[in-house]
Design a protein around this ligand. Structure first.
Ligand code: ARG
Length: 465
C-alpha cells in the first residue's frame, strides 16, 4: 500500500496498490515534458497575478519557485517520486515544498487535463520545429550532391526495370522535393499544434476570471481553444505530428531501399562511407548497409505509434479519459526515431560516393536508347510501326553480340535500314537522351537547373516563412 496522493487523496482512506501505482505511473517518461510544463505554469501564475486571482507577490514567488525546480531537474538533484504519478504533480509538489502555501495556489482555475494539453502541445511544437530543421537540412544536402552530379547519368527505372536514362542530379532532387514537402507539412501542422487549451480546466471552463489568450501569447501560441470539452480531449495535434513523422520515415525508407540496392555489387552504384557500414564476422568481403536497413526497419515503429494512438482515441467519449496518457510514449519514441533518422541520412549522404562510371555503364545494359533510335527512324521518314520493328532487330543484333546499340557498326545498322546515317550515333548517346528532355520538371539540364534554383530559393527563406 502506498501513501495517499497529496493532490487528490482527500477522499481516499488508503493509497493505490503498488502494482496499480506502477501501472498508472507516467513520470518515468513524461518527465521529458518538464521544461514545457514549467513554462506553461509560469505563464499561468503570471496570468493569475494579472487577473487579481492571486497577488502579484504570490505570482512572483511561484515563477521564481518554478525556476528553482527547473534548475534542480537540470542539475539532476530533483527527486522524482513515483507515487506522484506524473511530471505535473512532481513539479507542483516540489514547488509547494519550496514555497509553502503559495505553491498550493498554482493550480487555481486549472486542471491537469488542460495543463497536460498545453504542456504536451508545447513539447510537440518544440520537437516539430527540430524535425522541420532536419528535413530542410536533408533537402540542402540532397541539393548539394545534385549540384555535383548534374552531368552524370544512370538508368531511371519503372517497375525497377531500366527505362530511360536520367541525370543523377534529377534522381537526387526527386528526394529533395519530398523532404521539402515534409518540412512544409510540418509547418502546416504546427498551426494546429500551437493552440492553447489552458482555461478549459477539467472540461467545462472555470468560475475564475482567467485570461486564456494572455497565457497563450505568453507561451508563444497565437490561438486558444474554441470549446473547453474539445480542448481537453483533442489529440489530433499528436496524430498529425505522427502522420508527418510517418511520411518522413516512408520517404527515408524509400531512399534507404535505393541505397541498399545501389550498394549491392550487382549494381555497384554507390560506395558506402566506412563510418556508415558494418562488416560481417564470418564473410570478410562484406560491407553491410546497416544504417539504411535499420532506418527502413524503424519506419515500422513510427507507423505503429500513429496506428496505436488512432486506435486509442477511436472509442473515447468526451471529455478527458486516462487512455489519453498513452499519447506520450509513442510520440517520444517516434521523435527519437524521426529526428535521428533525418540527421543520419544527411550525414550518410554527405559522405556517400557515387560510382558514376558504373551508372553510365549500366545505361548500356538495358538498351535505354532504343526509344531514341525509333524516334530517329521516324525522323528519317519511316512509319512508327516500321521504326519500332527495325529498332527491335537492332536490339536483337546488339544483344547477340553483347553490345549496346551505339556499338553496332554503321554498315550493320544500314543493313537493317539503309536510311540510317552516321548522324545516328549522336542520337544514341545516352547523355543526349537526357539533354533532350526539357519539359517542365524533366531530367534535361535546363529543367534540372530550374529545380535547383527553386529549391535553393526555398532553402534560403524556409525558416522565415
Ligand atoms: N498524466 C496524465 C496524462 O498524461 C495527466 C492528466 C491526468 N488527469 C487526470 N484527471 N487524471 O494524461
Amino acid at each position: 500500500m502506498m501513501k495517499t496522493n497529496q493532490s487528490w487523496g482527500g477522499r481516499f482512506a488508503e493509497g493505490p496498490r503498488e502494482a496499480v501505482a506502477r501501472y498508472t505511473d507516467s513520470q518515468t517518461y513524461d518527465r521529458a515534458l518538464y521544461a514545457q510544463d514549467i513554462r506553461a505554469s509560469q505563464a499561468h501564475a503570471r496570468m493569475l497575478g494579472r487577473q487579481g486571482v492571486i497577488t502579484p507577490e504570490e505570482a512572483r514567488i511561484l515563477v521564481e519557485g518554478l525556476d528553482t525546480v527547473r534548475a534542480e531537474i537540470e542539475a539532476g538533484s530533483f527527486a522524482w517520486k513515483p507515487e506522484l504519478e506524473d511530471v505535473h504533480m512532481n513539479i507542483e509538489a516540489r514547488l509547494t515544498e519550496l514555497t509553502g502555501d503559495v505553491g498550493k495556489k498554482l493550480h487555481t482555475g486549472r486542471s491537469r487535463n488542460d495543463q497536460v494539453g498545453l504542456s504536451f502541445r508545447l513539447f510537440v511544437a518544440d520537437r516539430l520545429e527540430v524535425w522541420r530543421q532536419r528535413a530542410a537540412g536533408l533537402c540542402a544536402v540532397l541539393l548539394k550532391r545534385a549540384v555535383e552530379h548534374q552531368d552524370d547519368i544512370l538508368p531511371g527505372c519503372t517497375h525497377l526495370q531500366p527505362a530511360q536514362p536520367v541525370s543523377l542530379a534529377h534522381h537526387l532532387l526527386a528526394y529533395a522535393w519530398m523532404f521539402r514537402r515534409d518540412a512544409l507539412r510540418l509547418g502546416d501542422t504546427l498551426k494546429r499544434v500551437r493552440v492553447s487549451p489552458l482555461g478549459a480546466a477539467a472540461l467545462a471552463g472555470t468560475t475564475y476570471p482567467l485570461d486564456p489568450q494572455g497565457v497563450a501569447l505568453e507561451v508563444g501560441f497565437p490561438e486558444i481553444y474554441g470549446n473547453s470539452m474539445d480542448a481537453v480531449s483533442d489529440r489530433d495535434f499528436v496524430l498529425e505530428a505522427l502522420f508527418d513523422g510517418a511520411a518522413i520515415m516512408m520517404h527515408l525508407s524509400r531512399l534507404c531501399e535505393e541505397i541498399i540496392l545501389w550498394a549491392n555489387p550487382a549494381f555497384g552504384f554507390v560506395k558506402l562511407p566506412d563510418g556508415y557500414a558494418t562488416g560481417s564476422s564470418i564473410m570478410p568481403q562484406k560491407k553491410n548497409p546497416d544504417v539504411a536497413e535499420l532506418m527502413r526497419g524503424k519506419t515500422g515503429r513510427v507507423y505503429g505509434a500513429l496506428t496505436g494512438l488512432l486506435t486509442t482515441m477511436k472509442g473515447l467519449p468526451l471529455a478527458y479519459n486516462r487512455d489519453m496518457q498513452e499519447d506520450k510514449e509513442g510520440f517520444l519514441d517516434a521523435d527519437r526515431t524521426v529526428e535521428s533518422s533525418l540527421r543520419l541520412m544527411a550525414g550518410m549522404l554527405v559522405e556517400l560516393t557515387f560510382r558514376t562510371e558504373r551508372m553510365r555503364e549500366a545505361c548500356k545494359a538495358g538498351f535505354l536508347n532504343a526509344t531514341e533510335l525509333a524516334d530517329y527512324l521516324v525522323g528519317k521518314g519511316l512509319p512508327f510501326r516500321e521504326a519500332h520493328h527495325v529498332t527491335g532487330q537492332a536490339v536483337a543484333a546488339a544483344e547477340r553480340e553483347g553490345k549496346g546499340l551505339e556499338d553496332l557498326a554503321l554498315p550493320e545498322l544500314q543493313a537493317l535500314e539503309p536510311r540510317i546515317d552516321s548522324d545516328v550515333y549522336a542520337v544514341l548517346d545516352y547523355a543526349a537522351a537526357v539533354r533532350r528532355r526539357e519539359t517542365p520538371g524533366g531530367t534535361g539540364p535546363r529543367s534540372v537547373t530550374r529545380q535547383m534554383e527553386q529549391l535553393g530559393q526555398w532553402l534560403a527563406g524556409w525558416d522565415k516563412a
